[in-house]
Design a protein around this ligand. Structure first.
Ligand code: MD3
Ligand code: FE
Length: 215
C-alpha cells in the first residue's frame, strides 16, 4: 500500500481540550525514535523500577527520571529527590532534545520560555495502569506539565477537579504531546490498563515522558 494514509506521515494537529489543556496529536512522531534512544540511555544510568506507594502497594508502572530532581515514592511518602535512591547518584541530566521538544510544545499551548526541572519517565507493559490522581507536588502551579506518549497506544482517563466526577477517555498514541496548564493543571487523571501489543519502536511497551516545573 502507499503511505498516503499512514498516520506517521500526517502533520501534527492542535486541539484545545476543555479547561485549557492542549493536545498536539503527532507533534513528536518524527522524533520518537530518537527520544526512545535517549530513554534507553537514561535507563542505563537510572534503571526503571517499580516504586512502592506510601500505602504499601507496588506500582504496575515502572519509572525513572532525568533532571535536577526526580519523582520517587516509598513507604514514607512521595517526594522530588535530587538523588536516585536506587543508585545514590544524581539523576541523569534532561537531554537537550527533550528540553527543546518540551519548550516547543509548551509554546504551542501559550507558555513561552518553558524550562522544566524534572522529567518523569513512565514505562507501561500489558496490564500496567495508573489510577486516578492529581499531580500537586510541584511548587509552580502556573507552569504546565507537558506529556509525550511513545510506543503502544493507551487510554487516558481524564476526570474533573473532584475524584468522584465523570471521567472521559482519550486515546493517546505514539508521538502525541499534551500541555496541561492553567485550569487544566489539577484535574484527576490516570491511564487504563495497557492492552497487549507490539510497537515497532518500543516492542511490548508504552513510554510516557512528563515534564514538570518543580521549584
Ligand atoms: C493532566 N502520567 O506521570 S500523562 C504522571 O501517561 C501521569 O504516564 C500519565 O499522570 C502517563 O503523573 C499521564 C498526561 C498527564 C500528565 C500529568 C497531568 C496529564 C495531566 C497533570 C495534570 C493534568
Ligand atoms: Fe499524573
Amino acid at each position: 500500500m502507499t503511505a498516503l494514509f499512514d498516520s506517521s506521515s500526517l502533520p501534527s494537529s492542535l486541539e484545545w481540550l476543555e479547561g485549557g489543556a492542549v493536545l498536539l496529536r503527532g507533534f513528536a512522531t518524527s522524533e520518537a525514535e530518537m527520544l526512545i534512544g535517549e530513554v534507553e540511555r537514561i535507563a542505563q544510568a537510572a534503571p526503571f523500577r517499580h516504586l512502592v506507594t506510601p500505602g504499601g502497594y507496588t506500582m504496575s508502572v515502572a519509572m525513572t527520571n532525568c533532571g535536577r530532581v526526580g519523582w520517587v515514592s516509598d513507604r514514607t511518602g512521595y517526594r522530588y529527590d535530587p538523588v536516585d535512591p536506587a543508585t545514590g547518584a544524581p539523576w541523569p541530566a534532561i537531554p537537550t532534545a527533550f528540553l527543546d521538544l518540551a519548550a516547543r510544545a509548551a509554546a504551542q499551548g501559550g507558555f513561552e520560555g518553558y524550562n522544566p526541572d524534572a522529567c518523569l519517565i513512565n514505562r507501561y507493559l500489558a496490564g500496567a495502569k495508573l489510577g486516578l490522581h492529581q499531580d500537586r507536588d510541584e511548587k509552580d502551579a502556573w507552569a504546565p506539565i507537558v506529556s509525550v506518549s511513545l510506543g503502544l497506544p493507551a487510554v487516558f482517563l481524564w476526570g474533573g477537579k473532584r475524584r468522584s466526577g465523570p471521567v472521559r477517555r482519550l486515546r493517546l498514541e505514539n508521538g502525541d504531546v499534551a500541555v496541561w496548564g492553567g485550569p487544566g493543571r489539577f484535574v484527576y487523571h490516570g491511564i487504563a490498563p495497557l492492552k497487549d501489543g507490539q510497537h515497532p519502536l518500543t516492542g511490548a511497551s508504552r513510554i510516557n515522558l512528563t515534564f514538570r516545573k518543580v521549584f
